[in-house]
Design a protein around this ligand. Structure first.
Ligand code: GAP
Length: 455
């Protein structure tokens, strides 16, 4: 089936929505995407480990982000900064003083802790109805000690955002890469926040991954660049198959914006929990706040010479800040479908309609039976395709079961070697979404996949 026909078939049959996050949680465990951390010890609250397929998915999300915003632009460079960071960075950035959430504790039976700004009623505990304590500020940064002696001088922090790495390396990157304004620095990596109320699986955890770009511009052009990045980031999610009706822009009101931001638009996703719409990514205009703060605290001039105005300029910063683990969750949630194939037989197939660029495996290769002559051919195809793509070889007990297993993990193509293959050197290629099968010469597989797996 031609790619355009498949797109039409997709459009004609809109998919249903995931109605319960627990279905994804179960699938993730069953199929090796995400496991509860330290499970053999009863787990560790709200902490998860990414399994074999989860790592592949997350890497594909990261690669798609780098492809779109670094490889296919000529104004963004990559960085990988330290996680355990000098306290000077966080004092200057304002995080030591301002990265705080108001915490209330239940004084009744359950003793649970909540973020006061997440509660509608500050009088009563939402769990047990008990009285709540007065709100007190709680700093969200994880503190650690560097070196063998524990004293005030050995305090360091695990970064709560990757962004400060870009700010403190602004001149290093600009100088080494011979950059003029506007240009950006992109970073993907772990961040840590001592969240009071983590939850909803990997949506909010204490350890997570971010993908952040700090884009440095001439003051005065920042509003325009802000619009540019909101469009670019929204377009990125849609280009990877996220459905338009599940994504919206939310103008963050003055009293809810982070302390450094002049304007923030959140890209929100309609999740199957809570109020539905929740933040997926924030795009903020951080103005000259961060570089200004670091300039003042470090005594280094963090300015670039502007050829037009002949002045040294302290740039403004537009920041598209995405969560990598949160985005991976969203792509799974959005792709999930339970498709009723036969009502009488109650035959339902679970399928992840992941964009092929994100799918952990691009294709699965099966022999129709375990006969050595079929296995020999399927293994040969596998050995050939794996030099180019992440593919899997599965010797299943039944072809139907094998298809279902691949549907559930989002593998876009299945290749079956059958007895006819021994006669005609051709195989069956099945499309995950349409379930259409076409017969294709083994010799044509590489060029076919080179076409459909071009991102
Ligand atoms: N540098 C700006 C910044 O960090 P943020 O809105 O606090 O902004 C950016 O974080 C993104 O990081 C969020 O939109 C979300 O996707 C992700 N994120 C933040 N906290 C998270 C957490 N506790 N667990 C998972 N993802 C998180």
């Amino acid at each position: 089936m031609a790619t355009s026909d498949m797109a039409t078939a997709e459009a004609a049959a809109p998919r249903g929505e995931l109605d319960d996050l627990q279905k994804i949680v179960a699938l993730c465990k069953r199929r090796g995407f995400v496991f509860p951390s330290a499970e053999i010890y009863g787990g560790f609250s709200n902490t998860y480990d990414w399994g074999p397929l989860g790592v592949l998915l997350k890497n594909n999300v990261r690669d798609a982000w780098i492809r779109a915003h670094v490889q296919r632009r000529d104004d963004v460079d990559l960085l990988d900064a330290a996680i355990i960071t000098s306290p000077s960075v966080w004092k200057a950035s304002g995080h030591v003083d301002n990265f705080v959430d108001p915490l209330v504790e239940c004084l009744g039976e359950c003793r649970q802790r909540f973020r006061a700004d997440h509660l509608e009623n500050l009088e009563k505990c939402p769990t047990c109805g008990g009285k709540l304590s007065e709100p007190r500020n709680f700093n969200g940064m994880f503190q650690t000690q560097v070196g063998p002696v524990e004293d005030a001088g050995s305090v360091a922090y695990l970064r709560p955002e990757t962004a400060q790495g870009q700010f403190v390396n602004f001149l290093n990157v600009a100088t080494s890469m011979r950059r003029k304004l506007p240009f950006g620095i992109a970073q993907v990596g772990r961040s840590f926040r001592n969240e009071i109320t983590p939850g909803n699986f990997v949506f909010r955890t204490r350890e997570f991954e971010q993908m952040e770009i700090e884009f440095f511009v001439q003051p005065g052009t920042d509003d325009e660049w802000f619009e540019h990045w909101v469009d670019a980031r929204e377009g990125w999610y849609l280009s990877l198959g996220l459905r338009t009706h599940n994504l919206r822009r939310f103008e963050v009101p003055d009293d809810e914006r982070a302390f450094y931001s002049k304007r923030t638009i959140d890209l929100q996703y309609h999740f199957p929990f809570g109020k539905g719409w929740e933040e997926l990514e924030g795009i903020a205009n951080r103005t000259g706040y961060d570089l200004g703060q670091h300039e003042q605290a470090s005594g280094e001039r963090l300015r670039l010479f502007d050829d037009e105005t002949k002045e040294h300029v302290l740039p403004y910063v537009v920041e598209p800040a995405a969560g990598l683990s949160r985005a991976a969750l969203v792509f799974m949630v959005d792709a999930y479908e339970e498709q009723l194939l036969d009502a009488a037989k109650k035959d339902v197939r679970t399928v992840l309609h992941l964009h092929p660029a994100l799918a952990p495996y691009k294709a699965a290769i099966f022999p129709l039976s375990k006969k050595p002559e079929l296995l020999e051919v399927s293994r040969k195809i596998y050995a050939d395709l794996r030099t180019e793509w992440m593919v899997v070889h599965d010797v299943a007990s039944g072809i139907g079961k094998a298809y279902r297993r691949q549907d559930e993990i989002g593998t876009p193509y299945c290749i079956t070697v059958d007895f006819q293959t021994l006669e005609d050197q051709a195989v069956t290629v099945r499309d995950r979404d349409t379930m259409q099968q076409v017969r294709m010469a083994i010799a044509d597989l590489r060029s076919y996949f080179a076409g459909v797996l071009q991102f």
